[in-house]
Ligand binder design. Structure first.
Ligand SMILES: Cc1ncc(COP(=O)(O)O)c(C=O)c1O
Length: 399
C-alpha cells in the first residue's frame, strides 16, 4: 500500500472532536450528553439572513468571483467602519470561513520552515494550517494563574530568530476568552515593527467583549499597516457556521495578490453563503443586543458555577464564549473520556475539550478543559451539576 505523506501523518487530530465517537456511543446507550466542547452557537441566525436564503430565485447557481461578490464586500466596509476599521472593498477577500483565510494567509506569507509565534493555549486548527503550509509554530506560554495575559517582550524575543516571519493572535481569544489590552497590543506592534514580521490577527469574536475595556483591532495599530492580515468570519457573529463565509483583509497589496492566486485556484467562495451573509449585515441592532445579552448571562452562570465546584478554577473570560478551567484531576483528558464512557448522573453526562490539545508544550494544560458556553442557561446549570457529580465520583473511584 502506498504511504501516507509526512504532513498527513503529522496533522493533529482536533482536540475538540476527538472524543466525538465516545459521545456518540454514550448517546447510543441512551445517555444525554451536554456539549460543552464545541463552539457551535445555538442562537438563531438573523431572520434577514434566513429570509434571503428562502427567497433565492436563480436559474443557475454559478461560481461567484474568486475575491467574493463586490456588493457584499462593499457592504462589509460599513460594518467594519463601525469598529473603526477603515478599509476599501478591494482590500477584502471573501473566503470559505475564517479557516480558509488562515490557511491562505499562511500559504501566501510563509515559506516551508518559517516560524510563527503564537501565544498558547491557542485555537488548535492553527497548528493544522501551519502544518499544511509547512510552517512551524513556536508557542509562547500564557498561564491560567496569570489569567492568560501576554508575557513580556523579552519572552517573545527569546523565540525570534531568522526563520521567524509572523506573530499570530486571536483576540478575543479562543480558547481562553482573553482580550488583549492596549498595552499588550502596542507591545505586539513594536515587535512586529522591530523585526518586520507579519501580524495575523484572528478577530472572529469581536462582537463578544464583556468588559468596559476597548477592543483594539490589529487594524488600529499604526506604523504596521503593511504587516497586518486580519482574519474574520460570520460563523460566530451570526450563528452561521454552516454557510462557510469568512474574510481575509489586508492593506498589503502584495499579500492580496498572492492570496488571490490561491483563491483563483479554488475558484469561488460559497455563493449561497455570501447571499446569506450579505443580507445578515442588515440584522437590526436588537439582534446583536439580544445575542450579546444572552452570552453575558451564560458567562456569569458558567463562571460562577464553575468556581463554586470544589477544586475547580476558571478565570473570568473577557470575550468570546469559552473559558479554560482547571479541574481537580491529574489528567483532564482521562477524565473527559471517563465522563463519556463510564459515568452518568441520572442518565446525563458532559462532554468537554481537554485543554492539552490547545498547547504544544508537553505537559501544559493537562488538568485543564476548554468549556464553551453555547448552551441555554438552564442546560448550563444542569451541566454544572452533572460536572460536579462527575468530579466527585471520579475522585472517589479508587477509595
Ligand atoms: C478563533 C477561531 N478562528 C477561526 C475559526 C474558524 O471558523 P470558520 O471557518 O467557521 O469561520 C474558529 C472556529 O471555531 C475560531 O474559533
Amino acid at each position: 500500500m502506498p504511504e501516507i505523506s509526512i504532513r498527513g501523518l503529522e496533522m493533529p487530530e482536533s482536540p475538540i472532536r476527538k472524543l466525538a465517537p465516545l459521545a456518540a456511543a454514550a448517546k447510543e446507550r441512551g445517555i444525554k450528553v451536554y456539549h460543552l466542547n464545541i463552539g457551535q452557537p445555538d442562537l438563531p441566525t438573523p431572520q434577514v439572513g434566513l429570509d434571503a436564503l428562502k427567497n433565492i430565485k436563480r436559474d443557475v447557481l454559478e461560481y461567484s468571483p474568486s475575491q467574493g461578490n463586490l456588493s457584499y464586500r462593499k457592504k462589509l466596509t460599513s460594518y467594519y467602519s463601525k469598529y473603526n476599521i477603515n478599509i476599501d472593498a478591494d482590500e477584502i477577500i471573501i473566503t470559505a470561513g475564517g479557516s480558509e483565510a488562515v490557511l491562505f494567509a499562511f500559504m501566501s506569507c510563509l515559506n516551508p520552515g518559517d516560524e510563527i509565534i503564537i501565544p498558547e493555549p491557542a485555537y488548535a486548527n492553527y497548528m493544522a494550517f501551519a502544518i499544511s503550509a509547512g510552517a512551524k509554530i513556536r508557542t509562547i506560554a500564557t498561564t491560567i494563574e496569570e489569567g492568560f495575559s501576554l508575557p513580556k517582550v523579552e519572552k517573545f524575543e527569546e523565540l525570534i530568530n531568522d526563520r521567524t516571519r509572523a506573530i499570530m493572535i486571536c483576540n478575543p481569544n479562543n480558547p481562553t476568552g482573553y482580550l488583549y489590552t492596549r498595552r499588550e497590543m502596542n507591545q505586539i506592534r513594536d515587535l512586529v515593527k522591530k523585526y518586520d514580521l507579519y501580524l495575523f490577527s484572528d478577530e472572529v469574536y469581536r462582537e463578544y467583549i464583556y468588559t468596559g475595556s476597548p477592543y483594539i483591532s490589529a487594524m488600529h495599530l499604526t506604523g504596521i499597516e503593511q504587516n497586518v492580515v486580519l482574519i474574520d468570519s460570520v460563523s460566530k457573529r451570526y450563528s452561521e457556521c454552516g454557510i462557510r463565509i469568512g474574510a481575509l483583509i489586508t492593506h498589503n497589496v502584495e499579500v492580496r495578490k498572492a492570496v488571490m492566486k490561491f483563491c483563483q485556484a479554488r475558484l469561488s467562495p460559497p455563493l449561497i453563503g455570501q447571499i446569506v451573509a450579505e443580507a445578515s449585515l442588515d440584522a437590526p441592532e436588537e439582534y446583536y443586543r439580544d445575542v450579546y445579552d444572552e452570552y453575558v448571562e451564560r458567562r456569569k452562570c458558567l463562571i460562577d458555577g464553575l468556581n463554586r465546584i470544589p477544586g475547580v478554577y476558571s478565570p473570568i473570560p473577557m470575550g468570546a464564549f469559552y473559558t479554560v478551567a482547571q479541574l481537580p484531576v491529574d489528567d483532564a483528558e482521562d477524565f473527559c473520556r471517563w465522563c463519556l464512557e463510564d459515568f452518568d448522573y441520572e442518565g446525563e453526562t458532559v462532554m468537554m475539550a481537554p485543554a492539552a490539545g490547545f498547547y504544544t508544550t508537553p505537559g501544559a494544560g493537562v488538568n485543564q478543559v476548554r468549556i464553551a458556553y453555547v448552551l441555554k442557561q438552564q442546560d448550563l446549570e444542569r451541566a454544572l451539576i452533572v460536572l460536579e457529580k462527575a468530579l466527585e465520583a471520579y475522585n472517589n473511584r479508587s477509595k
